[in-house]
Design a binder for this molecule. Structure first.
Ligand SMILES: [Fe+2]
Ligand SMILES: [Fe+2]
Length: 196
């Protein structure tokens, strides 16, 4: 395994979680649906915990959590842009801000989800203290990342449909079916017609 690139992944993962905290703090303010507000509040708490878990991982790898890398800076800049988009939407049209926030969370969680998928793959190959730390972290976080991404994708789709004046399932089927995988998300989407 390319150790340098693995370190880069770990730095980017920490930065993604830190950005995620700010994104959720803003998204919660954009949420108008009570169930969604509660859901994102839960994801905010989990993301704060992911930051702590990543700090633990970096420590196990003997890496300084504040080391700057070009890739990490890009992750941070993108996160800041997502927060700025939500702030702009809140000022312009609070009702539309909820949709903007749902899309921002999906974008941020796509990166977060991929990071953890990659961490899972790397964990399988690593042995010793580093391998142990990575496996433990992955075990704690993986399922939550599935929920963050797939459930918010469901919210974004159904809230958009509702805004179009089309039949919407709220909370989304992904929520009601406790979706935790890409296949599950597909099934949830297929089941929406019966749930209407
Ligand atoms: Fe996370
Ligand atoms: Fe997440």
């Amino acid at each position: 395994m390319n150790k340098e690139q693995l370190d880069e992944l770990l730095y980017q993962s920490l930065e993604t979680e830190r950005g995620g905290v700010k994104i959720y703090e803003t998204a919660v303010r954009c949420a108008q649906n009570d169930d969604l507000k509660k859901e994102w509040g839960k994801y905010l708490d989990e993301t704060r915990n992911h930051e702590v878990i990543m700090l633990r991982v970096l420590d196990a790898f003997g890496l300084d959590a504040e080391t700057e890398t070009p890739g990490r800076r890009i992750v941070r800049t993108k996160g800041e842009a997502l927060v700025a988009s939500m702030e702009t939407a809140l000022r312009a049209d609070p009702a539309a801000a909820q949709l903007v926030a749902a899309e921002c969370v999906v974008e941020a969680e796509s990166k977060d989800h991929m990071n953890w998928e990659l961490i899972g793959e790397a964990a399988k190959k690593l042995t010793g203290e580093e391998g142990k730390a990575l496996k433990e972290a992955h075990g704690e976080v993986e399922e939550q990342e599935d929920e963050h991404l797939y459930h918010t994708m469901g919210w974004a789709r159904e809230l958009w449909l509702e805004s179009l004046g089309l039949p919407a399932v709220l909370p989304p089927p992904e929520e009601q079916k406790h979706t935790k995988s890409a296949i599950g998300a597909d099934r949830a989407k297929q089941a929406r017609t019966e749930m209407l």
